[in-house]
Design a protein around this ligand. Structure first.
Ligand code: SF4
Length: 328
């Protein structure tokens, strides 16, 4: 792979997506870890990457956060001689994980995004009524595992995962008159709409959430990419390979005919991507810090003289309060 960036002669029009980067849920999740570190000191255990971004995770690890995948990796007494302080990531967790943390006496702070918690509450409500639910999402994503794990089947209901239109065509349920659908928060808006359309065709009485489960940040970043993809001949998406919303941004641009690459940082830019490109767009997934975008812009400036402008877009003024015990 060619990582060399040769100075191009032609000036480049560089358009920055608006909005891009951190959403309110990610801001909050990072602040939960930072506040816990301030108040309790290291170590603070975080179950799963707090948000899907290596730079964020490494930064917090440097301050004393210890990332684990499962609670069994956490000792009963931490290095400071106390019951461990544990944080659940922004993606949310299954109910049984909360129970396990509580039974082991951990002090828990929950950084689950409130918009993910909304979906947990929706599926839990259906479960209590003994209904069947369809969850639209990606099987291996931690948010989906957490949401599935908040559906208690003891009232006789069931939850099934639907990953594609094909799944929607084939899924078998017991009682179409008592059926609801919900979704992962970070899906492709268009793909999800197609799946819902198919479900409505097959199950006309199916009920959905009052407001889409796809969150405002996912929607706004995809809307911005739709605009950029039409204006640009290359779109760079700053984000981690395991970030669902970042992957959806890259796919969306490609689908609209714009070459697009998902990059963890400026170092991942390949010189041959930039050849003959005079209109380059840059966006960032909801878990990618703005500092990485700035580095990408600097690297592109090394390649060619750039005229940098931010596209117009919706302004986001959403913020979520901190969990009790971490508020100022
Ligand atoms: S992408 Fe949406 S659901 Fe996920 S943390 Fe951000 S605001 Fe919350």
């Amino acid at each position: 792979m060619d990582a060399t960036i040769v100075q191009a002669r032609q000036p480049v029009k560089l358009s920055l997506a608006n909005p891009r980067g951190f959403c309110a849920g990610v801001d909050r999740a990072i602040e939960v870890v930072e506040r816990a570190l301030e108040l309790y000191g290291a170590p603070i255990y975080v179950r799963h990457e707090i948000v899907h971004n290596r730079h964020v995770v490494e930064g917090l690890r440097g301050k004393g956060a210890v990332f684990v995948e499962e609670l069994e990796e956490i000792p009963d007494i931490d290095a400071a001689g106390r019951s461990p302080v544990v944080i659940f990531s922004a993606h949310g967790v299954a109910h049984k994980i909360r129970e396990e943390a509580s039974s082991r006496g951990f002090q828990v702070f929950d950084a689950t995004c409130p918009l993910v918690t909304k979906v947990h509450m929706e599926v839990a409500r259906s479960a209590r009524k003994g209904e069947e639910c369809l969850l639209i999402g990606h099987a291996n994503h931690p948010e989906v595992q957490g949401t599935l794990g908040n559906f208690d089947t003891s009232a006789g209901g069931e939850i099934y995962l639907v990953e594609s239109v094909e799944d929607a065509r084939k899924i078998e349920i017991r009682d179409p008159a008592r059926l609801s659908y919900f979704s992962q928060t970070t899906l492709s808006v268009d793909d999800c709409a197609e799946i819902i359309e198919e479900l409505k065709q097959r199950f006309p009485d199916i009920k959905g959430p009052r407001r889409s489960d796809i969150c405002y940040a996912t929607q706004n970043r995809q809307d911005a990419v739709k605009q950029l993809a039409l204006e640009c001949d290359l779109l760079l998406v700053v984000g981690a390979g395991n970030s669902s919303n970042s992957n959806r941004l890259r796919e969306l641009a490609e689908r609209l005919g714009c070459e697009s690459h998902l990059i963890e940082s400026a170092a991942a830019i390949r010189g041959h991507w930039l050849e003959d490109k005079i209109r380059i767009g840059v966006t960032a997934g909801a878990s990618a810090p703005e500092s990485l975008v700035r580095e990408v812009v600097a690297r592109l400036r090394d390649h060619a003289p750039c005229e940098v402008a931010e596209i117009s877009g919706v302004s986001e003024d959403i913020s979520f309060s901190m969990p009790l015990g971490l508020r100022n």
